[in-house]
Write a protein that binds this ligand. Structure first.
Ligand SMILES: C[S@@+](CC[C@H](N)C(=O)[O-])C[C@H]1O[C@@H](n2cnc3c(N)ncnc32)[C@H](O)[C@@H]1O
Length: 213
């Protein structure tokens, strides 16, 4: 299967940025209902959002969130997010061009990592999981909502068959399951919910355990 690179991601999302919000409105109305609101509701303290995209989460963060630092590889997506922050006068947010696989942030400096529909696009999801683990404080949480492989065998086979084409066109892995990457990085996966048509929508909480005496 084609191995994506950061350049593939940047190209795909710069190209599709203009239509992104419209496509997500459809996707969230019919497929991933409530998943974004669920993910944002789990965030607290100092939050790092990877693949912040056009900033659809930014107006939704509640009072338990002190500050959000968002990163993305696509300048076109970031431009939409920056406009949203200005137009909606959203405070407590910084947005940066940056790579979730290698973030210029100190270790143990965040309470929450959040990835909404981003994990499926990251070229090296294990590197991104390790980076989240490094930057989270003990007891911190990585919140993910994603689309991935179906729980139904036939749908799963169809998804596997069309995945190489989807990767080439939009740099998205449609059968990726985040859980093995999270556990390999050291996280304890504390919640996994599957929903949407054929169970393709994942809601996941993974904790960095507090140090024991
Ligand atoms: C499908 S969009 C999701 C955007 C947003 N999180 C949302 O919920 O609408 C995936 C985003 O992840 C970004 N992305 C993919 N790999 C990345 C990486 N390694 N580092 C930073 N951003 C990345 C893409 O540029 C794109 O904006």
């Amino acid at each position: 299967m084609h191995q994506t690179s950061n350049e593939d991601i940047t190209r795909a999302f710069n190209k599709n940025a203009r239509l992104y919000d419209r496509w997500m409105t459809f996707f969230e109305r019919y497929i991933a209902q409530g998943a974004r609101a669920w993910a944002v509701s789990k965030a607290h303290g100092a939050v790092i959002e990877i693949g912040v995209g056009s900033g659809l989460n930014l107006p939704l963060y509640g009072p338990r969130v002190e500050h959000v630092t968002g990163f993305d590889l696509s300048e076109k997506m970031l431009a939409i997010a920056r406009r949203r922050v200005l137009e909606k006068r959203i405070g407590r947010v910084d947005l940066h061009h940056g790579d979730a696989q290698n973030l210029n942030l100190p270790s143990e400096s965040a309470d929450t990592f959040i990835s909404t529909f981003t994990f499926c696009t990251i070229p090296d999801p294990l590197a991104a999981s390790r980076e989240a683990y490094r930057i989270l404080r003990a007891g911190g949480v990585f919140v993910l909502t994603e689309h991935g492989r179906s729980t139904r065998a036939l749908a799963r086979s169809v998804m596997r068959a069309i995945e190489p084409l989807i990767i080439r066109v939009s740099a998205e892995h449609i059968t990726r399951d985040p859980v093995p990457y999270l556990t390999s990085a050291g996280f304890t996966v504390t919640e996994v919910q599957r929903g949407g048509p054929g169970g393709i929508v994942f809601r996941i909480l993974a904790h960095k355990q507090p140090l024991r005496d």
